[in-house]
Design a protein around this ligand. Sequence first.
Ligand SMILES: [Zn+2]
Length: 149
Amino acid sequence: MYSDSTLTINPSKAVQTSPLLTVNLQDAFFKALDQDEVLGGDVEVNLAISSQGASFYEVKLQIKGDVTVVCDRCLDPVNVSVACEDVVKVKDDDADETQGTDLLYTEVDGSIDLGWTVYEVIITALPPRRIHLEGQCNPDTAKYIAGEA
Ligand SMILES: [Zn+2]
């Protein structure tokens, strides 16, 4: 079966065979996404998939690692640590708008790609201001941006 990313899971099969899953995300994962906020990274994602009644599943996400983003001060790449948790609810069914937006739906074959969801969880966990440690900024650009050049 073709999968878009290593975060494509099949909840109904996973709960019976491999409910605990660890996926390592590298630069290629972030580059493949339609985004330009995260330049790269090295992130470990632990997934715990559990059944929550008929065709409902809960996926607990534990995310830990480093991502590379653009420094707010000097615009050079900067590594930011990320450590966060979230819970995703998945329904094994056709999408139903009336159920609310916090619910994800599987594809026809019962699988779901959590790549974008994990990306959003990572983005939300990043600090609002992403800058190098004091003195570690690119001196030329930092001066330029501060208007001191
Ligand atoms: Zn910087």
